[in-house]
Design a binder for this molecule. Structure first.
Ligand SMILES: Cc1ncc(COP(=O)(O)O)c(C=O)c1O
Length: 307
């Protein structure tokens, strides 16, 4: 807990919880705790996870998409000015990194002064993060923080003060906060490993070190994608994710061969999500630079053999 606070520079008056149920439960829990019936919440719908977050919040109140990109294949995230937050919205929800499509915000989205709620599941502790600019941040641990089964939830005093009355016990932030995340049996192993990951982060340059390592990996891979028309990157340049890099082969018939040969060369898990197809390389905190070096070398060799 203290390491999480130190590495992420969590303000002292913020509450840090370790919950279960994944980020998927937080889609609902954030809205349930913060929104009252009939109240509005605005969502920036930049991918499949944001769609799911919106769907769950709409069970609680008037949750609406104020920006979406599904028609153009979720290739970008919005810039400030591309959307307007409703005057009477209670909060703005966004997803900092879109795991499936490989897009990411590289700025703090304008919320017109409204509280921000952030799903940071796929880039937390890998990119700059101004915790104090958010009222709730949640993240499943399984990508950048450790094993599956733990969800990190960070809540501001405002968020804690908004928690409604008579919520189902297990879905009530106040219950978990009052018991220090020990209301029911926690995922002790997951929390232990998460603490070890934060220890490692702290010993290896903290958040700044993590950001630098991730930038180096992403620059190397995007450099290769931009080098040759053999590759067709999915995301628009200014929305490119440093965590999940997605691309197609100009000759899509070669993609299956690429994946097969990559797997045989020890480069597994590169198949793109079915909604995008093609290739996806996830460069999470646990992925060393050497893996990206090996991938790029494989790609260059593959191109030579197939042109
Ligand atoms: C951005 C994002 N949000 C939410 C989820 C869902 O997380 P969980 O499996 O912890 O419910 C994921 C992925 O796994 C994700 O990448």
């Amino acid at each position: 807990m203290e390491r999480v606070r130190r590495v992420l520079a969590v303000p002292e008056d913020y509450t840090v919880l370790f919950l279960q149920g994944g980020a998927s439960l937080q889609f609902y829990m954030t809205a349930l705790n913060i929104l009252r019936e009939g109240e509005k919440a605005d969502y920036l719908v930049t991918g499949g996870w944001a769609q799911k977050a919106l769907k769950e919040a709409a069970r609680v109140g008037d949750a609406s998409s104020i920006w979406g990109d599904s028609d153009s294949g979720f290739k970008s995230v919005p810039s400030d000015g591309d959307y307007s937050v409703r005057d009477d919205a209670v909060y703005l929800h966004y997803t900092s990194n879109n795991t499936l499509y490989g897009t990411q915000y590289h700025h703090l989205p304008d919320s017109a002064g409204k509280p921000r709620i952030l799903d940071a599941s796929s880039d937390i502790a890998g990119v700059p993060l101004d915790v104090g600019a958010h009222e709730i941040i949640y993240a499943g641990a399984q990508k950048n923080l450790g094993p599956s089964g733990v969800t990190l939830v960070i809540l501001s005093p405002w968020a804690m003060s908004r928690v409604g009355e008579n919520l189902p016990t297990m879905l009530d932030y106040n219950v978990h906060a009052s018991k220090g995340s020990l209301f029911n049996t926690p995922n002790t192993f997951g929390v232990f490993v998460l603490d070890q990951v934060f220890k490692w982060l702290e010993e290896n340059g903290g958040l700044e070190g993590s950001i630098a390592r991730n930038r180096a990996k992403a620059n190397l891979l995007y450099g290769e994608l931009d080098r040759s028309d053999f590759w067709v990157p999915h995301a628009e340049m200014e929305s490119r994710s440093g965590m999940n890099v997605t691309w197609r082969l100009a000759n899509q018939d070669l993609e299956a061969v690429f994946l097969q040969e990559a797997e045989a060369a020890g480069l597994g898990g590169l198949k793109g999500h079915r909604s995008v197809g093609g290739i996806r390389a996830s460069l999470y905190n646990g992925c060393p630079l050497e893996s990206v070096v090996a991938l790029v070398a494989f790609m260059q060799d593959f191109e030579i053999r197939n042109t």
